[in-house]
Design a protein around this ligand. Structure first.
Ligand SMILES: Nc1ncnc2c1ncn2[C@@H]1O[C@H](COP(=O)(O)OP(=O)(O)OP(=O)(O)O)[C@@H](O)[C@H]1O
Ligand SMILES: [Mg+2]
Length: 232
């Protein structure tokens, strides 16, 4: 039996046989405003509160103070109290040194003995390097390091609206053990939020596109409902 890490996001774990296989690296892809950051935070918050698993949130973009305040304002989740109990760490990496980023992640995971890790978001890695091949090489390096760390990791990947790509650099999806996609689907004049599990190595997973809702309780997936992508 493989050990699983429950996201605790309502309706999601059952789409992949009970949770993410422990130690996996999962790419979380989606367009702007699809709920990527919320997903990452909810994964760590649930991990800390329900499963007593410490988690590290590495922001490559937003200031930790803002992330913490926004989460409290929107969902009432008190991240600071988890940080004080060493069940959570929210850090921001400097944007000029890739080796420092790796060292920072390793140190922080080690400091709080983290079992869960979120990196938000990978497109920023492009800013560390001048050339695309360097970025790709760095992603391979990072994934190797993540494997050794033993955490269950979510790497957020922003994808431009309306493109078939599911990652910024075209290699992340092959390095990742799993891929979860957050969609904004157009149905007539309304945009519907939805989620699909595109890949999850070593386990059964559902392949439908399911509606999700974002409320004051965070993301909820509706596993028995489906939405259909319109062919353009
Ligand atoms: N309390 C709330 N109730 C309902 N919806 C909310 C609430 N708080 C935030 N949202 C919605 O959740 C969405 C998700 O935001 P989030 O920052 O997680 O998306 P993202 O994919 O990380 O965006 P970005 O592309 O800017 O990084 C917001 O666009 C907003 O519509
Ligand atoms: Mg975000």
């Amino acid at each position: 039996m493989i050990e699983r890490v429950k996201t605790g996001i309502k309706g999601l774990d059952e789409l992949m046989g009970g949770g993410i296989p422990r130690g996996s690296t999962v790419l979380l892809s989606g367009g702007a405003g699809t709920g990527k950051t919320l997903f990452g935070i909810q994964f760590l918050y649930n991990g800390a509160i329900r499963y007593k698993e410490p988690g590290v949130y590495v922001s490559l973009e937003e200031e930790p103070g803002r992330v913490i305040k926004n989460t409290l304002d929107a969902f009432g989740w008190d991240l600071n109290s988890l940080i004080n109990k060493k069940l959570l760490s929210v850090i921001k990496a400097e944007l000029y040194n890739f080796d420092k980023l790796k060292a920072l992640i390793e140190d922080e995971v080690d400091r709080i003995k983290a079992k869960r890790l979120v990196i938000d978001q990978s497109a920023i890695l492009g800013l560390f390097f001048e050339k695309k091949f360097q970025v790709r090489k760095s992603i391979f390096e990072l994934s190797k390091m993540l494997k050794n760390l033993g955490c269950t990791t979510v790497i957020v990947s922003e994808i431009p609206e309306g493109t078939p790509a599911i990652s910024s650099f075209g290699v992340e999806e092959f390095v990742a053990d799993g891929i979860i996609i957050l969609h904004f689907l157009r149905e007539g004049n309304v945009l519907t939020r939805a989620l699909s599990v595109r890949k999850m190595r070593t386990t059964y997973h559902d392949t439908g596109i399911h509606p999700i809702q974002i409320t004051k309780k965070g993301i909820e997936v509706f596993p028995t409902e489906q939405v259909f992508e319109q062919v353009k």
